[in-house]
Design a protein around this ligand. Structure first.
Ligand code: ZN
Length: 138
């Protein structure tokens, strides 16, 4: 058994995958559309991957960003790869809005206001999955 949160897929719903990568949608009432792009195997650093896989994961991150911009028209997209607690390659792709609880701080930073508490709607989720599958199958 692994204690790795990414290997164990302890949160989120897989909305796209191939044999190496997956896109996971996190249900978050203040950060709708919050996705993570995860490498399926337990690999620690981007430079542990060969160039093709490095390219493929970044392509996937940018496709997710593109689709999130189309659907949510956010103020900014935040991309983050930290993994200090979970040393397994994963990229956070987070649509940010002026009204979100932490803007302009990082969403892990100091909370400045209450959020809107508007989780992703069924239609937005449907659009996200459809556009992502269309975009990543090209
Ligand atoms: Zn892992």
């Amino acid at each position: 058994m692994t204690s790795c949160a990414i290997c164990s897929l302890i949160e989120g719903e897989i909305i796209w995958t191939d044999n190496k990568l997956r896109v996971v949608l996190l249900e978050h009432q203040d950060y709708k559309g919050y996705c993570r792009v995860e490498f399926i195997s337990h690999i620690k650093e981007m430079t542990d991957l060969d160039e093709t896989l490095q390219f493929n994961i970044m392509r996937c991150v940018f496709k997710v960003e593109e689709v999130l911009r189309k659907i949510f028209n956010p103020e900014k997209i935040n991309l983050a790869s930290l993994g200090n607690k979970t040393p397994h390659i994963h990229w956070h792709v987070i649509p940010r809005f002026k009204e979100d609880p932490h803007f302009p701080n990082s969403h892990w930073g100091e909370k400045l206001r209450e959020g809107l508490h508007q989780p992703i709607s069924a239609q937005e989720k449907k659009d996200l999955i459809a556009l992502l599958n269309q975009s990543l199958s090209q």
